[in-house]
Ligand binder design. Structure first.
Ligand code: NDP
Ligand code: 8X3
Length: 250
């Protein structure tokens, strides 16, 4: 039987590329995001290959998360793989200049949103004694960079939650792993710089960054390992990147 994967943040970047990649492998897909029109577009494209269901909700809204996941039709109710990918950076400021609304957004989406979604799905995995959770962290969850303060804190929290999930779920049959990319060219910097696409594109100039498809390819590898193999933690950077602050730009 084909496995069912729920991907948060499937309307763009890494999440969307992962949906496209996993459709090729015939996974049934539950695609989540706030932008319904994008979900509709992706569903229309991928439905020729596999079964797709979409859920439109804001991961910050606890009640909406509960309601949407509870609304899944019968054939999508058993979730084998959860990919907690929804997230973004909001702003790039020193701590003294930081915007409190940006801080709220990053903690609420990247940390609390991931927990809300996980809470709705983990119990059924425990009951079945099977499941796989992949949390998309970041190199920002492994090291702090200038002006990254709260985004880095949110991704360090994701790293801690991934480890905590793996410890607590040990013995339940559920695999838990983190994938931590470096610079990937997606809508990430456009969101960080609030729609300033010129500023956003400069982040990726002078070197070849990762593409969302590179991470999707790795996710495909991770979810297709045999049951006894769990890829617990991965850091993935483009060749030009050595750390958050060292990037070989020509
Ligand atoms: P994108 O901006 O391209 O995609 C972000 C996705 O998250 C979108 O699908 C968006 O959907 C969704 N999302 C954002 N806020 C919410 C919300 N409140 N509720 C529900 N969904 C939300 O960025 P990426 O693909 O790059 O980012 C995906 C993940 O990868 C993030 O967790 C990010 O931190 C991480 N990452 C990114 C890196 C990079 O360099 N790009 C590097 C390391 C990690 P919608 O707006 O439709 O709701
Ligand atoms: C995204 C990578 O370096 O822009 O998490 O924070 S970085």
């Amino acid at each position: 039987m084909n496995k069912t994967v729920l991907i948060t943040g499937a309307t763009s970047g890494i999440g969307k590329a992962t949906a496209i990649e996993l459709a090729k492998e015939n996974f049934n897909l539950i695609l989540c995001g706030r932008r319904q029109e994008r979900l509709d577009e992706i569903k229309a494209k991928l439905s020729a290959t596999t079964k797709v269901h979409t859920l439109s909700f804001d991961v910050r809204d606890k009640q909406e998360v509960i309601k949407e996941i509870a609304s899944l039709p019968k054939e999508f109710q058993l979730i084998d793989i959860l990919i907690n990918n929804a997230g973004n950076a909001h702003g790039l400021d020193t701590i003294q200049d930081g915007n409190i609304d940006d801080w709220d957004a990053m903690i609420d989406i990247n940390v609390k949103g991931l927990l809300y979604v996980s809470k709705q799905i983990i119990p059924q995995m425990v009951e079945r004694g099977n499941g796989h959770i992949i949390n998309i962290g970041s190199t920002a969850g492994k090291e702090v960079y200038p002006k990254g303060n709260v985004y880095c804190a949110s991704k360090h929290a994701v790293d801690a939650i991934t480890q905590g999930m793996r410890i607590d779920l040990n013995g339940t049959g559920i695999k838990v792993g983190g994938i931590n990319p470096g610079l990937v060219e997606t809508e990430f910097s456009e969101v960080r710089f609030k729609g300033d696409s010129e500023k956003a594109s400069k982040v990726y100039q002078g070197f070849t960054p990762l593409k969302p498809e590179d991470i999707a390819d790795i996710i495909k590898f991770v979810v297709t390992r045999p049951y006894h193999v769990n890829i617990a933690d991965l850091i993935v950077m483009c060749t030009a990147q050595a750390s958050s602050t060292i990037v070989d730009k020509k």
